[in-house]
Design a protein around this ligand. Structure first.
Ligand SMILES: CC(C)(COP(=O)(O)OP(=O)(O)OC[C@H]1O[C@@H](n2cnc3c(N)ncnc32)[C@H](O)[C@@H]1OP(=O)(O)O)[C@@H](O)C(=O)NCCC(=O)NCCS
Length: 188
């Protein structure tokens, strides 16, 4: 079972179907801010929809295509962070995340992504991680930037979010770059 201790107060744990209701309650509470950047929010209308999502990501994990985890802050579910299905022939994976507004701006997701990058490069032996964020999503773009990812370019009109095409900044990190970044003493 996938579980990572990020800091004493922050833990990542593979999502479970029993968490569908609290996760849906979080989506409801954060709907307005999440729907601005995440394409699935408007289609998520019940805890059954969240349960179906959790079943899909459990299948993903058990097929060795990477974990999608709940972010637990002081023992309370506060969001998710995880892998889009791993591209094994190229050992590539893209990360995604969102967090309850109550925990925003405290470095939670930066630290979660750093822990997930350690796991992806050290345990899974991936070669490349990618993070894609809307060009206007400054809070999201700040995360890969802070973690030393390279801003490789902009994929124009790459994602349909509700009623508009969003340009996505592509941020990349290779395994040897991550080790060099970590050895440089960077703290998150
Ligand atoms: C994007 C999102 C996940 C960021 O989550 P977060 O936990 O607030 O992000 P961070 O970990 O990077 O927090 C950074 C902030 O914490 C502060 N911080 C405090 N301690 C910190 C530490 N030790 N390390 C890093 N940042 C720290 C930073 O100064 C920064 O504040 P600022 O934004 O005022 O500059 C969140 O805003 C969100 O859910 N947005 C809506 C959904 C979304 O856009 N998802 C991403 C789609 S690509």
């Amino acid at each position: 079972m996938f579980r990572l201790r990020v800091t004493p107060g922050i833990q990542l744990k593979l999502l479970e179907t029993s968490e569908a209701k609290p996760l849906y309650a979080l989506v409801e509470r954060n709907r307005a801010r999440l729907r601005e950047w995440l394409p699935w929010v408007d289609q998520t209308r019940s805890s059954e929809d969240v349960r179906a999502f959790i079943l899909r990501v459990l299948e993903q994990y058990h097929s060795n295509l990477g974990p999608q985890a709940g972010v637990w802050v002081d023992g309370v579910l506060g969001g998710t962070v995880g892998c889009h299905p791993i591209d094994w022939p190229n050992r590539n994976c893209s990360l995604g995340y969102w967090l309850d507004g109550a925990h925003e701006g405290k470095g939670v997701i930066t630290r979660c992504c750093a822990a997930l990058a350690d796991y992806a490069f050290d345990e899974l032996k991936l070669h490349r991680l990618e993070i894609r964020c809307g060009t206007g999503n400054l809070k999201s773009c700040a995360i890969p930037q802070r973690l030393g990812f390279t801003r490789e370019g902009v994929a124009k009109g790459a994602e349909w979010v509700n009623d508009r095409w969003v340009d996505l900044v592509v941020w990349g990190m290779l395994d040897d770059e991550w080790r060099a970044h970590r050895n440089s003493g960077a703290r998150h």
